[in-house]
Design a protein around this ligand. Structure first.
Ligand code: BG6
Length: 492
């Protein structure tokens, strides 16, 4: 751990993400002794707060959302790291306050992590203003015998609204920060079990030989949520499920599943392989897509009564390379569904010659590997076993549950891992500019087709608390596939 002082400046500290996730994640890391010893956390916001207001805000946030036991003496130490600086994001002159404040803390000698947890329309303002005030340059003052203090920026999703806006944001960011200083967050990559996809594939020898089109029939990624649009209509109705979930979380999971083995577990090697997967995706045909809205969405607070924003999407996608050619990857995600679950299901092919009678017919008889990202994190392998006292085979599950195998503690929140990685300069779990742009190249034509192509499949509706529209089942029926859900009993 570095002995250089480190400043973490959270832009948008008064917002929801900081309250629910960032402050609790910093506190957890602090209590676990993982943050630099000489630490300053500077909350940056537009409101007329004082240091005391921020401290009270942080205390409330921890009372409500701390993932680690709240402890009065740890809290006393932690709160002494906190201070507040008022900045009006579009106004360059107000950044001088922040610059002066940071200088009083560290005399320009500390490492600095700027964390952008503000509305996306302000990303460019913040980056440009940091550039104008020369706050991103790394050759600042440092000890002659040590590397100069670093400057890094963490940028939340959504990164752009489409390919064009993502490219223009990348351009604005690169005018001030080099790519190696930029950490674009997709919090799904910080989830323990999403990272476990890599460990499972590349720390074992048994999966990789069968991880291809010769043995796998289809791959399914399901990210189902029970929550509806809630109070987020202002943001959500402009985004919809493709921009909110598919462009980022689902395509990231897909790239972990489909990538070639990287030569090392580092940001360069890993992201080179991930981006190749996205670049090899065949253009999605509109007839391979389903879009839907849950009943009652248009009546939700802040949603226009004629909104055509999809809250559910299902897609069939192909990766055109030697490993995956013509193997369907089915992706689906929706709000207001029956269960909250994120899982990847790898369906293997049937035995070429079946000599046993099966207790069930169709797809359930296949081997399936389920990677349960959340909840009940773990892995399940469905195999066929002989039913005692009968000459038939039945599907049974071999199960790994994280909570049984690793009893020690609750799993850390994704933000804990990601903040720590950014401080330690490990970019492996962050999205590179070419990945962001490649992902937009996949989803943009689908969104554009839905909005403007008269041949696009019509918007479906689905009942709240269901598993989505029937059209999503029909998408798989064509190849006699069915959506599979493992890892809990009430699944479909
Ligand atoms: C966010 C989306 O990125 O991910 C939300 O903006 C969604 O709409 C959330 O609810 C889901 O995250 P998690 O970690 O609860 O699965």
């Amino acid at each position: 751990m570095t002995d250089r002082p480190t400043v973490i400046a959270i832009f948008g500290v008064t917002g929801d993400l900081a309250r629910r996730k960032l402050i609790p994640a910093l506190y957890s890391n602090y209590v676990k002794g993982r943050l630099p010893k000489r630490l300053h956390i500077v909350g940056v916001g537009r409101r007329d707060w004082t240091d005391e207001t921020l401290i009270e805000h942080a205390r409330q946030s921890l009372r409500e959302f701390a993932t680690i036991h709240y402890n009065e003496s740890e809290w006393r130490n932690f709160k002494s790291c906190l201070s507040y600086s008022k900045v009006n994001l579009p106004h360059t002159e107000t950044y001088q306050n922040l610059k002066d404040h940071l200088a009083t803390l560290d005399n320009g000698e500390s490492n600095r992590l700027y964390y952008l947890s503000v509305a996306p329309e302000f990303y460019e303002d913040v980056v440009t203003n940091l550039g104008r005030l020369d706050m991103a340059r790394e050759n600042g003052r440092g000890r002659a015998d040590a590397a100069p203090p670093w400057r890094r920026i963490v940028i939340e999703k959504p990164f752009g609204y489409d390919l064009e806006t993502a490219q223009s944001l990348n351009k604005a960011v690169h005018a001030v920060f080099t790519e190696s200083q930029v950490y674009r967050i997709d919090h799904y990559l910080g989830k323990e079990t999403a990272q476990n996809i890599l460990f499972m594939r590349f720390a074992n020898t048994i999966f990789e030989p069968i991880w291809n089109r010769s043995h796998i029939s289809n791959v399914q990624v399901t990210v189902a949520e029970t929550v509806d649009v809630g109070t987020r209509a202002g943001y959500y109705d402009k985004s919809g499920v493709m921009r909110d979930m598919v462009q980022n979380h689902l395509l990231q999971l897909l790239s972990l599943i489909a990538m070639e083995p990287p030569s090392a577990f580092d940001g360069h090697a890993l992201r080179n392989e991930k981006v190749k997967v996205l670049q090899a995706a065949r253009a999605v045909r509109l007839c391979d897509t389903v879009r839907a809205q849950y009943e009652g969405y248009r009546q939700a607070d802040g949603v226009p009564p004629d909104s055509d924003t999809p809250t559910y999407a299902a897609l069939r996608l192909f990766i055109d390379n030697w490993r995956w050619k013509d193997i369907p990857f089915y992706l689906r995600s929706g709000k207001a569904l029956q269960s909250k679950t994120t899982q990847v299901n790898i369906q293997f092919k049937r035995p070429p010659n079946s000599i046993f009678e099966l207790a069930e017919s169709g797809d359930p008889s296949r081997n399936m590997l389920s990677i349960c990202i959340q909840p009940d994190e773990g892995m399940h392998m469905t195999i066929q076993a002989k039913v005692p006292d009968e000459q038939i085979a039945k599907s049974v599950d071999m199960e790994l549950h994280y909570e049984d195998a690793f009893v020690a503690d609750e799993l850390p929140d994704a933000y804990e891992r990601l903040i720590l990685d950014a401080i330690n300069g490990d970019a492996a779990l962050f999205i590179r500019s070419d990945e962001i742009e490649s992902a937009w190249k996949i989803v943009d034509p689908v969104i554009e087709g839905w909005e403007n192509d008269r041949a696009a499949p019509p918007m479906q509706t689905y009942r709240k608390g269901s598993w989505g529209p029937c059209a999503a089942d029909e998408l798989l029926d064509r190849e006699e596939h069915i959506w599979r859900i493992s890892c809990f009993d009430d699944g479909k």
